[in-house]
Design a protein. Structure first.
Length: 204
């Protein structure tokens, strides 16, 4: 079995991402937007989220966003139970991978260099590794091709509607990680996991 995941919220807390986005909007657009209004930004490339907010120079804005994110580094953490989940899945024969809307630099800075779990993932597909981002299927299809995996042998774990649609468009089952900022949203899924422990019990 192949297991792949998004990186923003199923594995790490999205609180710092939304707080730093708030700061970015305040600096560039001079207005305050509540976190719940910014949840749409979790799961899509930063440039896409910024464009949706009416920011035209998304390259500059994305740099500002990353600078603000550094202020909240102490708040970026793995959810409880994630190391145990990954270790048990790998030890039970699951091939683990990541398909993310982060750039390779963001993935390295925000995730790989901070947490001692990146070695669990064999292949990582970042936003620049496919023609179109989620919810298009390109990134998942790229992963399946590189990993030589059939869609029917894989499950994609995420927590946003973009993840769900990406999995459906690529022909994969989707598992909803229902413990992040988008847990209250109605998202179509083949499996619903209320916690990493719940996921572990369901998949093993």
């Amino acid at each position: 079995m192949f297991f792949t995941s998004a990186t923003r919220v199923p594995i790490i807390s999205g609180k710092a991402i939304l707080q730093s986005l708030q700061d970015t909007i305040r600096e560039i657009l001079h207005k305050d937007i509540e976190k719940h209004e910014l949840k749409f930004a979790l799961g899509i490339p930063g440039s896409v989220a910024l464009h949706k907010l009416g920011i035209t120079d998304t390259e500059r804005a994305n740099g500002i966003w990353n600078e603000h994110l550094l202020k909240y580094k102490s708040q970026i953490r793995l959810f409880d139970g994630i190391p145990e989940l990954l270790n048990n899945l790998k030890n039970n024969g699951y091939r683990l991978g990541i398909v993310t809307s982060k750039t390779r630099n963001e993935y390295t800075t925000d995730f790989a260099s901070q947490f001692a779990v990146s070695d669990y993932f064999g292949t990582v597909i970042c936003v620049e590794n496919s023609a179109r981002p989620k919810p298009y299927p390109d990134s998942l299809l790229a992963y399946l091709n590189i990993s030589n995996i059939n869609a029917e042998d894989a499950v994609y774990i995420g927590d946003t509607i973009y993840d769900s649609r990406c999995a459906k468009n690529a022909g994969l089952d989707f598992g909803l990680a229902a413990w992040g900022y988008t847990a209250s949203q109605k998202i179509s899924a083949n499996y619903i996991f209320k916690s990493p422990t719940d996921m572990l019990h369901s998949l093993l």
